[in-house]
Design a protein around this ligand. Sequence first.
Ligand SMILES: [Zn+2]
Ligand SMILES: [Zn+2]
Length: 212
Amino acid sequence: MLRYLTVPVTAFQQNCSIVYDDATKQAAIIDPGGDVETLKAAAQELGVKIEQIWLTHTHIDHAGATATLARELGIPIVGPHPADQFWIDLLPQQSAMFGFPQAERFTPTRWLHDGDTVELAGYTLDVRHCPGHTPGHVVFHSREMKRAFVGDVLFAGSIGRTDFPQGDHATLIASITQRLWPMGDDTVFIPGHGPESTFGAERRSNPYVRGT
Ligand SMILES: [Zn+2]
Ligand SMILES: [Zn+2]
């Protein structure tokens, strides 16, 4: 069975998730923004082996430790969508701007596109391209777990910022209503920051997307 543990990292308390198969102990890590030692300790505590990095988007708090972790563990970097290339190029500036440890640029082993899938221990997760917060933002959906890892697209009671370069509010709302809602009201989502919620609860009460 697939399970996951969410570990908040960096000063921004970004929800990095370690997704793992409890039978084989194979794991993927979603959005290793920083605090590499904390993440490695969490994996060790779980008794799992991190074999892949999956990225929703490449803001510093989500991707800052990607290059280091990929090199240390010798594992592939999967995602995000190629439209986020400029944010990867800006990682060193992002880290300087926010007072983070110096972040390195990297080249994803595999870019992701809408409709792609990623695999872990024989389980498949669906990839949806959800631009608006960043142009290359993707989300990972596990039908098996009824979970979606949505990065900074949607939060409990809020939505992602769209005031960055190539951010767009209408595009973000379209991503949420056309690509997240079809996953089902009872799907639990793990946002990039803050507590989990369900799509159904957000459709009822989130002021930005209520009734959509
Ligand atoms: Zn972000
Ligand atoms: Zn974030």
